[in-house]
Structure formats: C-alpha cells, structure tokens
Design a protein. Structure first.
Ligand code: ITT
Length: 197
C-alpha cells in the first residue's frame, strides 16, 4: 500500500519507511517542505488524542486533492520518564528544545529511578476507515550522552532489548528492530491485512 505520512519530522519518515518497506508498504511525506502546515496538537489529550486530532486535520487537508484516495498516516510519540510521573510524554519535542538533553540529564540525580520508555501511537486513515495501533520500547536513561545516530532523545536512551548501548550508538537498522515505532508500525501492517476498523 502507498502510504502518505503527515509529519514534518524527516527522521520519523525514514524510520517508518524502512520498517514498513519490509512489511510490503511504501511511505512518502504527505506534503513537501514548502507546503508543510503546522498541526494543531492538543497535547493535554496525550499521544492518542494528538494522533487522532492530527489524522482529522490531515484528512480535511487532502479533501478534494489528488491525495484524497491515498492512505494517510500520522504518528505521535514521546518519551516517558518513570521518575517524573510519565513526563514529558506528548510534550517531548518541546521539552527537548527547551532543556536540551543535558538539561534532562541534570534532572536525574544518581538516586533517582532512570527507567523510561518511548511510546508511539500510529493512526492510518483510508477513506472512511481508520486503524490505530501503539508501540512501547522500555529502557533507561544513560548517565551521559552517547552516540550521534537517531534523533531526539536517542543519545540518552538505552533500550532494555539492546546490548547496553544507547539508540544514539546503534545503527538505524538495529534501532528499527526493537523501537516503539517498529512495534506500532508492525501492528499497523498486521491490521491492514484484515478488513477490520
Ligand atoms: P510531527 O508532529 O510533525 O510528526 P514531531 O517531531 O513534532 O513531528 P511528535 O510531536 O510526535 O513529532 O514528537 C515526537 C518527539 O518525541 C520527538 O521530537 C522526540 O523528541 C521524541 N521522540 C519520539 N520518538 C523518538 C525516537 O524514536 N527517538 C528519539 N526521540 C523520539
């Protein structure tokens, strides 16, 4: 299936495209950089609320255009720190920009719980049909920034399913085998095999 991903985050597109390609789907960005619109993101509704809101906005945007018959994908994701009652969650992007990864590391003292997880909610719409899935990747926050790969919080996130390195130290192909995005996209690909809503 040809899937148009409504996102301004090129890293998310690359990861989703790599994962979904293996599962028989192609992924392209819905709008070019020039056409890019800022989605209204009701972050107080959490990842799922934001994703459902974004899919409605994306659907309204393509109505009457040549993309109207295509499958549209949105995904909202974030990191949740055990020590901070699931913060920053849906606000991960803003918090990353405001504090930086050094600021996040400064918030975690040696005694504090370093457990964390990435979560992703993916929503795909095709005509009137809508599919929703989610994925989680458990791990912990490292003591220092390590590695330049990936994006966002990857240099400070050590996945439990890995070998002790941060996502920032891992190749994209290795991250994509165990990430929250992999889990959400794989579940989506499974659902697309069935006609369920
Ligand atoms: P769109 O809303 O345009 O899709 P965005 O980057 O703003 O792009 P989100 O609102 O879903 O996307 O915010 C996701 C943020 O969560 C992202 O900017 C990172 O800070 C963090 N994040 C999510 N998945 C991540 C991953 O795989 N690796 C590192 N950081 C991630």
């Amino acid at each position: 299936m040809r899937i148009l991903f409504a996102t301004g985050n090129a890293d998310k597109i690359n990861e989703a495209a790599q994962i979904l390609k293996e599962l028989g789907h192609s992924v392209e960005q819905l709008m070019s950089e020039a056409e890019r619109i800022e989605f209204d993101e009701p972050k107080n509704l959490g990842l799922e609320g934001v994703a459902l809101s974004k899919i409605e906005q994306a659907r309204a945007m393509i109505e009457g255009t040549e993309s109207a018959d295509c499958a549209i994908l949105v995904e909202d994701s974030g990191i949740f720190l055990d020590a901070y009652d699931e913060w920053p969650g849906a606000n991960s992007s803003d918090v990353e920009q405001e504090l930086g990864l050094d600021g996040i590391l400064d918030l975690l003292t040696e005694e504090q719980d370093r457990g964390a997880e990435y979560r992703a909610v993916a929503v795909l719409a095709l005509g009137e049909r809508v599919w929703k899935t989610s994925g989680v990747c458990r791990g912990r926050i490292s003591a220092e920034k390590l590695g330049d790969n990936g994006f966002g919080y990857d240099p400070i996130f050590i996945p439990d399913a890995g070998d002790g390195r941060t996502f920032g130290q891992m190749l994209a192909a290795s991250k994509n085998l165990i990430s929250h995005r992999r889990a959400a996209m794989q579940a989506l690909a499974e659902l697309l095999k069935t006609p369920s809503k």
